[in-house]
Design a protein around this ligand. Structure first.
Ligand code: PHB
Length: 390
């Protein structure tokens, strides 16, 4: 008894998580600046999950602490993560919209004894940087491989590739090239643009000059993608018959009203559409609409965050709330559930999410809203980029 009391006092003095009944989750994302809507969607997904499943796992109350990293900024992401671990005593780190922000934090996970749940960042290699990383979003290899086949099947043989010059863009370029060449097509030119590019007219001219029949493009969703697709439409590429192929980052639902009818018919491949027809998605969208306030703002990072919370709740359940990062991660290896996006599994070897990838077409719903209408399913896709990442 005496030993127990002493241990308990020592644990309280040290702030040991083993005796605490509040478990803190630190979420890093863009909550201000040009990408604030993407961070707002992290929060909407998390709030929706907690509204549907409660804020407790067993006896442990869950508290989410948000840290704003407005743009891809690895130094700020790392210092925010360190602060969350050391000052706020978070037991889990999550969020991470941009790849460089996730990459910067992987080296501290082991010593901090904290798992990382990636709710968006999409470069294949991130999961190889630490055994404590689990991803509930997607990779650009996963989403850019099927669109290559779609592009070739549509009769296009010569394509120009245009991507943002950083992790997920380079992965997307490689994935598309591999898929398109395998199908018998040719990538005639590959352009990598700085992440900060916001004037796309010169790029549009280069696309026209290339003589390609189509363009493959990846940029991270936000003002970047909206600007790119607008430039494609306004610089006459669409009317000239140069087809645009991309993963769904370029047609996120929150951008569709601003793109208007010019985007109708645009085909993309992606892991999630707000209009996905399932009871799980209807329940999710209802809760997420309520959380975000304005349904027109709801977009895909919300589902990555919602499923990320599911994984964190399972980890807390498996560890009884005690801080044991490896045990927590081991507990979700092979975990399967029905996400709002469809059936998913955490691949036990890579800790990346296996999921359906859908071919979608921008369409107008009966109520006049623009949607990504799912027209084909590529079932149970793993990450084809993992071999390349090793
Ligand atoms: C990333 O930085 O990994 C990233 C960001 C936004 C996207 C896709 C990937 O839409």
């Amino acid at each position: 008894m005496r030993r127990f009391v002493l241990a308990a006092i020592a644990a309280i003095a040290m702030g040991s998580a083993a005796y605490a009944d509040t478990i803190k989750v630190g979420v890093i994302g863009p909550f201000s600046g040009p990408f604030a809507l993407q961070g707002k969607n992290f929060k909407a997904g998390i709030d929706a999950y907690m509204a549907m499943h409660g804020n407790k796992v067993g006896d442990n109350e869950i508290e989410v602490i948000y840290r704003d990293v407005p743009q891809a900024d690895p130094a700020r992401s790392k210092s925010s993560a360190q602060e969350l671990v050391v000052k706020d005593h978070v037991q889990y780190l999550a969020g991470f919209y941009f790849t460089p922000d996730a990459m910067a934090v992987t080296p501290i996970l082991k010593q901090a004894n904290v798992p990382m749940v990636i709710m968006n960042a999409a470069t294949s290699a991130i999961v190889t940087k630490s055994p404590l990383v689990v991803r509930t979003s997607f990779t650009t290899w996963q989403t850019s491989t099927p669109i290559a086949k779609v592009a070739h099947d549509s009769g296009v043989n010569k394509i120009i590739s245009v991507v943002s010059d950083y992790g997920p863009g380079i992965d997307a370029e490689n994935a598309f090239k591999a898929g398109f060449e395998k199908a018998g097509g040719q990538v005639v030119e590959a352009i990598r643009m700085p992440l900060s590019t916001n004037d796309f007219s010169p790029i549009m001219q280069r696309i026209k000059d290339s003589g390609a029949q189509g363009v493959f493009a990846f940029l991270p969703s936000g003002p970047t993608t909206l600007g790119f697709v607008k430039a494609y439409n306004e610089n006459g590429l669409k009317t000239a018959g140069i087809k645009l192929f991309s993963p769904g980052d370029l047609t996120q639902e929150s951008d569709l009203p601003a793109l208007g009818d010019a985007a109708l018919g645009m085909q993309t491949t992606f892991h999630y559409s707000i209009s996905h027809d399932s009871p799980e998605n209807k329940a999710f969208v209802a809760a997420a609409d309520k959380a975000i306030g304005n349904p027109a703002e709801l977009t895909f990072p919300a589902v990555g965050a919602f499923d990320g919370m599911h994984v964190i709740y399972k980890m807390i359940e498996a560890t009884g709330g005690k801080q044991d990062a490896q045990k927590a991660v081991d507990a979700v290896k092979g975990l399967s559930w029905v996400s709002p996006r469809g059936p998913v599994t955490i691949d036990p070897d890579s800790r990346h999410i296996t999921q359906n990838i859908y071919l979608r077409e921008v369409a107008k719903a009966a109520d006049g809203t623009y949607i990504n209408k799912e027209i084909q399913t590529f079932e149970k896709q793993g990450d084809p980029g993992l071999a390349a990442a090793k």
